[in-house]
Design a protein around this ligand. Structure first.
Ligand SMILES: Cc1cc2nc3c(=O)[nH]c(=O)nc-3n(C[C@H](O)[C@H](O)[C@H](O)COP(=O)(O)O)c2cc1C
Length: 114
């Protein structure tokens, strides 16, 4: 009954070991400067350890104006990018678990709506 759920999936050349996917969910676990925290890295690590095949991160802001919440992870400085490497490093310890980053572009959406 669950053969499909536990069979691998190909996404753009990447093999995901099963169909168990964690959708993007805001955590507010990053710092106000958008840096990764041990709590954020261990949140994702726990999912990988539990056997999820693919984890989608919450939205990363790519510019300070694009943040929609407090504690949003950011990727507009070298320091932020360096700090968030802790997440894939933690996730990849577990049996082929994969993680994709999602991005938040709220400022562009607001511009379109205006
Ligand atoms: C607490 C919470 C936080 C969420 N954060 C995000 C997010 O950061 N980015 C996003 O695209 N979707 C976010 N979502 C939407 C979930 O990814 C979405 O609910 C999930 O894909 C399930 O879809 P469904 O509600 O249509 O079943 C969030 C949902 C919840 C409940």
């Amino acid at each position: 009954m669950f053969e499909s759920l536990f069979s691998p999936l190909q996404i753009n050349g990447i093999t995901v070991k099963n169909r168990l996917l964690v959708p993007a969910m805001v955590t507010n676990f990053a710092t106000e400067e958008g840096l990764c925290t041990p709590k954020l890295a261990s949140y994702h690590e726990a999912k990988a350890k539990g056997g999820w095949g693919l984890i989608i991160t919450e939205d990363y802001a790519v510019a300070p104006e694009g943040r929609g919440f407090r504690g949003v992870p950011g990727l507009w400085t070298d320091e932020q990018m360096e700090s968030h490497k802790a997440i894939p490093e933690a996730v990849h310890k577990y049996d082929g678990a994969k993680i994709f980053a999602s991005y938040q572009l709220l400022m562009y959406l607001w511009e379109i709506r205006m």
